[in-house]
Design a protein around this ligand. Structure first.
Ligand SMILES: O=c1ccn([C@@H]2O[C@H](COP(=O)(O)OP(=O)(O)O[C@H]3O[C@H](CO)[C@@H](O)[C@H](O)[C@H]3O)[C@@H](O)[C@H]2O)c(=O)[nH]1
Length: 460
C-alpha cells in the first residue's frame, strides 16, 4: 500500500493557492501523497510557484499537480466574474472526474482526505457524498469566517435582511466585544457589484457556510494570538495552523536580482510596495504614489503588474515606462518589478515599510517578517478588516487617508511613510509579533500542535 493520498482543491487564484501549496508541502513531509488541483486559468499565472514548490529539495516526494480545464477563453480569464462562474459551473464536474481517475478502474476509494478552500462548498459536499474525509481551509482571516458564521445573528438583530441586504448602510458593528469594528458596507457580500450580485454572493456564502459547518476540520492560515476573539467565536471548529510560509529560497533570476538590489541598503531603509495579485491603481493614483515615493526620498521596490489586464486597460501606452524613465533619470533609487519574491523581500533586513493592500497573505507575511505596514485596502472587503487588525489591534501600521476626491495624495504618502519608518514603538511591536508568529509554528507551538492533530486524524 502506498502513502495515504490527500486531494487539495484551492480556489483558483494566487491568494488562495499560495498558502494551500504550503500546506500541501507540509503534508508531503508527513508522508502523504498530495494531488494539488490547478486550473488552466491559474496554472498559467503561477506555474513558477508550483514548479518551485514541487522542486523543493526538502520535500521527500512531490506535490503532484493535476490541471483541470476551466472552460474559459483567453478573454474570459481576464474577467474575475467569469472565473467565479466557472468555479461553480465547470470545476465541480472536472474535480469529480479527477477523483474517478484517481480511484482507477475498480473505483476503490484511494483518497484519504480532501482539503478544499472554504469557498468551495461543492468540493466538501462531493467528498461527503463519496465517503471521503474532508477539511475546509480558510486562506483569509478567521474574522472573515466569523462574519459568515454570524449571518444568522446579523439577521436576528435586524442588521441585514434574510437575503443579505443591509437594513442600514455604513453602520459600525462588532461581531463580539473584543473583535475590531466592521463597517456593514464592508461585509463581504455587501461590498461587491450591484444588488443582484450581492444577493447571489450572499446565497453562495450561506450555502458554503452550511457545507463548511459540517466538516470535521476547519483550518485557518492564522494564529490564536493574532485573532483570539475570532477563534473564540468559531470554537471549537476552527483551528489555526498558520502562518503557512515558505521556508525555501527560490533561485530564479528575479529573486536573485531583487535580493541583490536590496543588499546595498542599510537595515530598515527600503519601502516595499505591493498590492497582491489583482489590485490595480488608476493612472491618477499611480502617479500620486510614484510622486509620494519620490518625495519620501527613500529607496523603494515596487510591484507593478504591467501585463495585468486592469493596468493595461486603464493606462495609456508608455505611461508606466515614462515613469520608470524618470525614476532612472532622477537621483532617487527605486526599482519596479512585475512580480517580487514577496516573502523573501519582506524577510530581507533592508526592508523597513510595507505599503500593502492588506490581503490576508500579505498581512500574515508582513507580520511574520516584523515589517510595519502602511495600509492601503482597496479591493476586497476583508482588506478593511485586516487593516483594522494591523492598525488598531496589533499597532503595527498606519492607514492612508483619502482626500475629497477619493485619492491618496503624494503628501499623505510621504508623511505616513516617515511616521511608520520613524516610529520606534511600532517597530518594536512589529518585532514582538514576528516572534510570536514564529513561535506558533515551532515544535510545541499552538499551530504546530493543531497541524499534528490534523495529520493524526487523517491517518487514523
Ligand atoms: O509581487 C508579488 C505580489 C504578491 N505575491 C504573493 O501573492 C500573495 C498575495 O496574496 P494576498 O496578499 O492575500 O492578496 P490577494 O492576491 O489580493 O488575495 C486575495 O485573497 C486573499 C485571501 O483570501 C484575500 O485576503 C484578499 O483580499 C484577496 O484579494 C502573497 O502570498 C504574496 O506574497 C508575490 O509573491 N509577489
Amino acid at each position: 500500500m502506498g502513502n495515504p493520498h490527500v486531494l487539495v482543491v484551492p480556489y483558483p487564484a494566487e491568494g488562495h493557492i499560495i498558502p494551500l501549496l504550503e500546506l500541501s508541502k507540509r503534508l508531503v513531509k508527513q508522508g502523504f501523497s498530495v494531488t494539488f488541483v490547478s486550473t488552466e486559468h491559474v496554472h498559467q499565472k503561477v506555474k513558477d510557484l508550483i514548479t518551485k514548490s514541487t522542486n523543493d529539495n526538502d520535500s521527500e516526494s512531490e506535490v503532484h499537480v493535476a490541471v483541470v480545464e476551466d472552460g474559459l477563453s483567453f478573454e474570459d480569464r481576464k474577467r474575475p466574474g467569469k472565473l467565479s462562474e466557472s468555479v461553480l459551473r465547470v470545476m465541480p464536474g472536472k474535480v469529480d472526474e479527477l477523483v474517478d481517475h484517481i480511484n482507477g478502474d475498480n473505483q476503490t476509494v484511494v483518497i484519504s482526505c480532501l482539503v478544499a478552500d472554504q469557498s468551495l462548498g461543492w468540493a466538501l459536499d462531493m467528498a461527503e457524498r463519496r465517503g471521503i474525509k474532508r477539511a475546509a481551509f480558510c486562506p483569509a482571516a478567521a474574522a472573515m469566517l466569523a462574519q459568515a458564521f454570524s449571518i444568522p445573528k446579523l439577521i436576528d438583530e435586524g442588521i441585514i435582511n434574510k437575503d443579505g441586504t443591509l437594513t442600514k448602510k455604513q453602520m459600525m458593528i462588532k461581531l463580539s466585544p473584543e473583535m475590531p469594528g466592521m463597517n456593514t458596507s464592508n461585509l463581504v457580500w455587501a461590498s461587491l457589484g450591484n444588488a443582484d450580485m450581492q444577493r447571489n454572493v450572499f446565497q453562495l456564502m450561506l450555502k458554503n457556510y452550511t457545507s463548511v459547518k459540517k466538516t470535521d476540520w476547519l483550518l485557518c492560515n492564522s494564529t490564536y494570538d493574532l485573532e483570539p476573539a475570532a477563534f473564540n467565536l468559531l470554537a471549537p471548529q476552527a483551528l489555526p495552523i498558520g502562518p503557512l510560509l515558505s521556508t525555501n529560497s527560490s533561485t530564479t533570476a528575479t529573486t536573485k536580482n531583487c535580493l541583490k538590489w536590496l543588499d546595498q541598503f542599510p537595515p530598515k531603509s527600503v519601502i516595499y510596495i505591493a498590492f497582491g495579485s489583482s489590485t490595480a491603481l488608476d493612472p491618477t493614483q499611480f502617479m500620486e504614489l510614484a510622486s509620494g515615493l519620490e518625495l519620501s526620498n527613500r529607496p523603494f521596490l515596487w510591484v507593478v503588474r504591467r501585463t495585468h489586464n486592469m493596468y493595461s486597460e486603464n493606462f495609456p501606452e508608455g505611461y508606466i515606462d515614462g515613469f520608470l524613465d524618470r525614476v532612472l533619470a532622477s537621483n532617487y533609487k527605486g526599482i519596479v518589478v512585475e512580480w517580487a519574491p514577496q516573502q523573501e523581500v519582506l524577510r530581507h533586513p533592508s526592508v523597513g515599510c510595507f505599503v500593502s493592500h492588506c490581503g490576508w497573505n500579505s498581512t500574515v507575511e508582513g507580520v511574520s517578517s516584523g515589517v510595519p505596514f502602511l495600509c492601503w485596502p482597496n479591493c476586497f472587503a476583508d482588506q478593511f478588516v485586516n487593516q483594522s487588525y494591523v492598525c488598531e489591534v496589533w499597532g503595527v501600521g498606519l492607514g492612508l487617508e483619502r482626500d475629497e476626491n477619493g485619492v491618496v495624495s503624494r503628501e499623505e504618502i510621504r508623511r505616513k511613510v516617515e511616521r511608520v519608518m520613524g516610529d520606534e514603538e511600532m517597530i518594536g511591536k512589529a518585532l514582538e509579533l514576528k516572534e510570536m508568529a514564529h513561535h506558533c509554528v515551532k515544535e510545541g507551538g499552538t499551530s504546530a500542535n493543531n497541524f499534528k492533530a490534523f495529520v493524526g486524524w487523517i491517518k487514523s
